[in-house]
Design a protein around this ligand. Structure first.
Ligand SMILES: [Zn+2]
Length: 181
């Protein structure tokens, strides 16, 4: 991003909503206009009155960076954080500012992660319950087939009937050929 341009980088970030707090990922080393701290590539800065500020001077120092990538965590962290800033970086190839992530309170990130974990747990338990139910259904089905086979073919041993029924069950549930099931 080019500092000293009359417009300033903030004016170019037209794809970001006007009311949002926008923070820029530093690409070219700069210096905080207030405390003089060096702002190195990879740091964050906020433009205020065309003056680059470090996060502390912009009163955003207590926020933590959450990179984009997990939409659910981003959404939840946004919901839980009292303050949020959008982190953007200039893309040379696309010639526009691109969102890299957000700055939110550490507590919000923690809460978002816990909620997502709880969700994953919940989904795993649902899958487990579904598998148990499917197994029970399979067992019922096998028992019914064994009974029917033995009624139709009195000479058929329980073992043979069981093997046939198991095979029929795998075919029936579409799980033929998958080892370990
Ligand atoms: Zn500063």
């Amino acid at each position: 991003m080019a500092f000293g341009k009359p417009t300033g980088p903030g004016a170019d970030a037209s794809d970001v909503k006007a009311r949002e707090i926008v923070v820029f990922l530093v690409r070219r080393d700069s210096r905080c206009g207030e405390c003089g701290r060096e702002l190195l590539s990879g740091n964050f800065l906020r433009m205020e009155d065309d003056k680059p500020l470090c996060l502390d001077c912009a009163d955003l120092g207590h926020l933590e960076y959450l990179p984009s990538g997990d939409a659910a965590i981003t959404r939840r962290a946004t919901k839980h954080s009292p303050l949020r800033a959008v982190v953007v970086q200039w893309s040379r190839t696309r010639k526009r500012y691109e969102r890299q992530g957000i700055l939110v309170s550490p507590e919000a990130i923690e809460r978002a992660e816990q909620e997502s974990l709880a969700d994953a747990d919940c989904r795993a338990r649902q899958r487990e319950r579904a598998a148990v139910k499917r197994d029970a259904e399979d067992q019922d089905y096998i028992a019914a087939v064994v009974a029917r086979l033995k009624a139709l073919f009195p000479g058929c041993s329980s073992q043979e009937a069981g093997q046939i029924a198991h095979h029929a069950c795998r075919k029936y549930s579409g799980r033929v050929g998958r080892p370990g099931i």
